[in-house]
Design a protein around this ligand. Structure first.
Ligand SMILES: Cc1cc2nc3c(=O)[nH]c(=O)nc-3n(C[C@H](O)[C@H](O)[C@H](O)COP(=O)(O)OP(=O)(O)OC[C@H]3O[C@@H](n4cnc5c(N)ncnc54)[C@H](O)[C@@H]3O)c2cc1C
Length: 296
């Protein structure tokens, strides 16, 4: 019987684990190794780790955690979770079942990308969603925004700080007079011709009329969904964010099911490595204190 099982051993999950390990709690981290930023060669914007590979950041964190004698790791996928008399049980694909008094879901999200040929292969390389993560490296070169709805206005308004920006409407929305004025104020160009595909070394946008707009990078919004059904299996409430559904949590990162905590991208619309690490630390402390101040 563990004090807590943490499902998801990436930035949020390992950060939660660290707080519990330092409280000498017996914990198990189960991870399937599918970090959201695995498509990118480098990770940016996390203090002290800027420009490192995403996997190296996790590997260092895991090595430091492994030095705590009360921490165990299993590399596996949790396929089902259920409530038990004493807490929760997690069923893995290859290593059987594990029981704990508390459960932390740090399982991240899955990105559903716009259906444009050539986009998926460039995701994390020259096509991104987060300007703070990858905008600087584009070296002030030409930048595109591939619209998915009028929420893409946000990208189009932000990105001129990183380079001359073109908003490719691609039939997703028609800016109204106020939006046109806002884009003009920011110096963003608008392209109405539909996008046929993305090609080239970086992100050449091929338009239906045959023109090709060469870009240093392209930004777009993915639709997100929880990358595992575990929260739903337990009956945790989900909430709709601007990009898709998230696990609902309170200030201590506890879900609507007592004893189940959640952290990281699975719980936040606009997240990052730094934010997930902070979120995990909050969930770890919240979980620890729930073990002390509750009689179950
Ligand atoms: C292309 C791209 C580039 C990015 N670049 C940056 C960047 O440069 N800087 C930055 O700060 N942020 C970046 N981000 C955002 C960053 O990747 C996320 O904010 C961060 O990974 C969230 O951390 P997390 O721990 O919540 O989830 P994740 O890192 O996604 O980890 C979730 C973990 O849970 C595991 N898991 C899920 N379900 C199960 C299960 N049932 N059983 C076992 N394990 C499970 C997964 O395998 C995975 O290892 C980028 C995102 C993308 C898409």
């Amino acid at each position: 019987m563990f004090d807590a099982i943490i499902v998801g051993g990436s930035y949020a999950g390992l950060s939660a684990a660290l707080q519990l390990a330092r409280a000498r709690r017996k914990i198990l981290v189960i991870d399937a190794g599918q970090r959201r930023n695995r498509f990118a060669a480098t990770s940016h914007g996390f203090l002290g780790q800027d420009g490192r590979t995403p996997g190296d950041i996790v590997a260092d964190a895991r090595a430091q955690l492994a030095a705590y004698s009360t921490v165990e790791f299993v590399d596996d996928q949790v396929e089902a979770v259920r409530k038990t008399d004493k807490g929760f049980s997690a069923q893995t694909v290859a290593n059987g079942d594990f029981d704990a008094r508390r459960l932390i879901l740090a399982t991240g999200v899955a990105d559903e990308l716009p259906d444009v040929p050539g986009l998926r292969e460039r995701w994390g390389k020259s096509i991104f969603h987060c300007p703070y993560c990858h905008g600087y490296e584009l070296d002030q070169g030409p930048i595109g925004v591939l619209a998915v709805s009028d929420m893409s206005m946000h990208h189009a308004m932000m990105l001129p700080d990183w380079g001359p920006t073109t908003l490719f409407l691609n039939g997703a929305f028609v800016p109204d007079a106020e939006q046109l004025a806002q884009l003009q104020r920011r110096g963003a160009k608008i392209e109405s011709e539909p996008v046929v595909q993305i090609s080239g070394e970086q992100a050449d946008v091929e338009l239906r009329d045959g023109r090709v707009i060469q870009l240093a990078g392209l930004f777009t919004m993915s639709k997100i969904s929880p990358s595992s059904p575990l929260a739903a299996q337990l009956g945790c409430a989900l909430e709709e964010g601007p990009a898709g559904s998230l696990i609902q949590t309170n200030g201590a990162k506890e879900t609507t099911v007592s004893g189940v905590f959640a952290c990281g991208d699975a719980t936040r619309s606009f997240s990052s490595v730094a934010i997930s690490v902070a979120d995990g630390a909050t969930a770890g402390a919240g979980t620890h204190q729930s073990l002390i101040f509750r009689d179950h």
